[in-house]
Design a protein around this ligand. Structure first.
Ligand SMILES: Cc1ncc(COP(=O)(O)O)c(C=O)c1O
Length: 389
């Protein structure tokens, strides 16, 4: 631990004795002291079917022994090609451009939109429009289309200017793309977006980038949150849970009209000028394929609906608690905003066997979609206990 630097963590107060995880199984993590805790935040919205799910572990092992990695720069591999096909079938999109982390898919989507208009001979379309409270990642482009001052303001010199959607003139003739999170703005503290906020984005000329990196793969009740809205993405960004949470992988799925704008002669230099070393890594793609299979084999969406119902019922009792400012829920994504002390409550929860991480004063409950009623009840019982103390 003497040489490790953790993201979004004040290292001076970090206590490695807790929260050093050595093992995972199902919904549980085991720390270095041998304490088992329920992963109530799905390791920041990644784990879907449980830690170390045997189907995913087996798929990873088989692929790793066959082809561990091969670049996608001017080359292909069967796992990436099959995953592209399955994701396109699932979303009705046409092509998958693979990246690695969520932010790298956002960077690709931003540059794709900019180059799309250049390729069409309309480079004046180069501005980006974002929603209030948006969060799309921590790299420079992703920060630029984000809106959370706490994460972004100290890097103001580095980011480029973007426009807020609420501004009436936002969708002018200089706009390349609008980027939105559908239904839930998770990093803003599970803020819920009114579905009608998306109505203005129907049939617009700029590209519509829909960021499902946090909401995708069943967490809001449907496979993808945009299915519950009027949004029709031109570019759809997926990440986090795409591999069931086992490995880093992300992608930007696009419609044919976007893809076609990048076709031309070899010398024309209209192909997409972007790529990442581990894009479409075959082992990560194999994990993603196994995760998709598990949706059928384990009826994951039905389980997600059950989790949403059970957690929703338990949330009702908390809404009127004097320490709770607001309780927000969309499917299995839940934020409980406290009047203060969220980190102390999270520490108490950890002691009681439940791992979550507050965002500001918002406690998160975003459970793995294999969680049982007993586990959900245990979390809310522990939360009531922590609030009482
Ligand atoms: C909506 C959304 N987009 C993008 C990202 C960035 O993903 P990553 O942390 O994998 O770079 C996040 C991360 O929380 C997110 O919530």
């Amino acid at each position: 631990m003497a040489h490790l630097w953790l993201p979004f963590t004040q290292m001076r107060s970090f206590r490695p004795q807790t929260r050093t995880f050595v093992r995972g199984s199902g919904t549980m993590l085991e720390d270095a002291r041998g304490t088992r805790v329920y992963d109530a935040v799905s390791s920041i919205w990644t784990i879907l079917h449980g830690h170390c799910h045997p189907r995913i572990v087996e798929a990873i092992a088989r692929q790793a022994a066959t082809l561990d990695h091969a670049t996608l720069l001017g080359a292909s591999n069967p796992a990436a090609a099959t995953l592209a096909e399955r994701l396109c079938a699932l979303t009705d999109m046409d092509r998958a451009f693979f990246c690695s982390d969520g932010a790298s898919a956002i960077e690709a989507a931003i540059k794709m939109a900019a180059q799309y208009w250049q390729n069409l001979g309309r480079p004046q379309r180069r501005r980006f429009v974002r929603m209030a409270n948006a969060y799309h990642g921590d790299t420079i482009g992703a920060m630029s289309v984000s809106d959370i001052g706490l994460f972004k303001s100290r890097f103001g010199e580095l980011t480029f200017e973007t426009r807020a959607l609420r501004d009436g003139a936002a969708l002018g003739p200089d706009v390349a793309a609008v980027i939105v999170e559908p239904l839930v703005q998770a990093a803003a503290g599970m803020q819920l977006v009114d579905r009608t906020a998306y109505d203005a984005l129907r049939d617009i000329e700029p590209l519509l980038i829909v960021d499902e990196i946090a909401t995708g793969f069943g967490r809001t009740g449907t496979m993808f949150a945009y299915e519950q809205t009027a949004l029709r993405p031109d570019v759809l960004c997926l990440g986090k849970s795409i591999t069931g949470g086992a490995l880093a992988l992300s992608c930007a799925l696009v419609r044919r009209r976007v893809y076609d704008a990048f076709l031309g002669d070899d010398g024309a230099r209209v192909h997409f000028f972007h790529g990442h070393s581990y894009a479409g890594n075959p082992v990560a793609c194999a994990a993603a394929l196994a995760s998709l299979d598990l949706f059928d084999e384990e009826t994951t969406l039905e389980r997600a609906a059950g989790i949403a119902r059970r957690a929703g019922a338990r949330l009702q009792n908390l809404r009127h608690h004097p320490l709770v400012l607001e309780a927000r829920q969309c499917g299995a994504m839940i934020g409980i905003e406290l009047r203060g002390d969220a980190w102390r409550v999270a520490d108490r929860l950890y002691e009681a066997g439940h791992f979550t991480r507050p965002i500001g004063e918002v406690l998160q409950f975003v459970p793995p979609l294999c969680s049982t009623d007993i586990e959900i009840d245990a979390f809310f019982d522990a939360l009531s206990g922590a609030l009482a103390s």
